[in-house]
Design a protein around this ligand. Sequence first.
Ligand code: MN
Length: 136
Amino acid sequence: MTILDSDQMPTAQNTILLVEDNLSNITTMMDYLKAKGYQVLVAVNGKEGVETAQAQQPSLILMDIQMPEMDGLEAIKIIRRDPVIAKTPIIALTALAMAGDRERCLQAGANKYVSKPVRLKELIQLIENMLARSTN
Ligand code: MN
């Protein structure tokens, strides 16, 4: 009889959900994340982002704020109210440079806030730190 070690079971540990409506941002970030060994799921608006998060339960979510249909703030609030995915680490991404923007993202429930243009090396560092913390 074989006992499967839980460490060897397939997990969604390294899956990142990128919720972003800008195609060139999607391509750039997806290529970089994949090169760093992450599995990447993409959703192009907040509504699709919430649905994908619920269906796939990613390890971490990168959430653009300005999107059509449902913006990132609304999507974050819905995710935080869903007990199954409420604890997923979320990094908000935004081009808005308005005062109070960071607070709005954090208030909605984002763990971190990164302003665009995103510096990919810094983003990866942040993702790695957050994933290390969330698996403890
Ligand atoms: Mn956008």
